[in-house]
Design a protein around this ligand. Sequence first.
Ligand code: SF4
Length: 278
Amino acid sequence: MLSTIVNLKSQIENPFAFSQSSLQDYADCPRRFQLRYIEQLAWPAVETEPAIENEHHQQEGLLFHRLVQQHLIGLPAEKLARLANTPDLSRWWGNWQDFRSLADFGSLYPELTLSAPLGQQRLLAKYDLVAVRSDKKALIFDWKTYHKRPGDEWMAARLQTRVYRALLIQAGAHLNKQTPFQPEQIEMIYWYADFPAEPARFPYTAAQYKRDWDALTGLVAEIAVRREFPLTANEEKCAYCPYRSYCNRGIQAGDMDDIETELSGVEIDFEQIQEIEL
Ligand code: SF4
């Protein structure tokens, strides 16, 4: 077990650029945050079984995101469609085409990166798409390629939902004539490529914004002074975690088919993944 062989680093760099992924890891398991973001350990364990299918699914998810991004910046759909050459990609691409033709997106800001100070640290997010409509509503879209659609309550509580909306207010004034968006102007929409008619929509209020920003500020302040990062007491989190072998939390990975909402350890982290060429 790694923790008995070497001394783990126990402090974040200052300042530290937090993302929804790193904050979600911390919320799920402080030790996972330590291993991934302080120690920066490569993922040592196969996360889920069957491993090859999971890796394949992640690659397809990444390629789908890239196809949508290229489409949004103006590449012809016919040219991109040729790259959607697996059953999953072809289905997702067809669903996306239908969705795109129906939606009123307004001004498009695909693959937008925003960052802002958060206490003594920084908060950073990479959005799949921010669309600012003529009625001044700012829609945050995030494409999800889950095989199962998570419940809306579970998605509402995700740090992504809280970070993305709050950060758009903090750092998105340049999309709104140099005026920060009001919370009521903002809505986050998870669009599920396999459930195109069932997006999850999360509007925003001033009270939610205050709650979120206060909570995020408190969370990063807590992490900054923390010197111990214990293993989660909820061992269900470990079934899909790549660091199981470091924590003596089992060798056998969870099965993708059993994953309903426990996606945090296995979700594609687009903020960490390098661009792929089309
Ligand atoms: S295996 Fe479990 S305890 Fe270890 S980092 Fe992963 S979630 Fe945390």
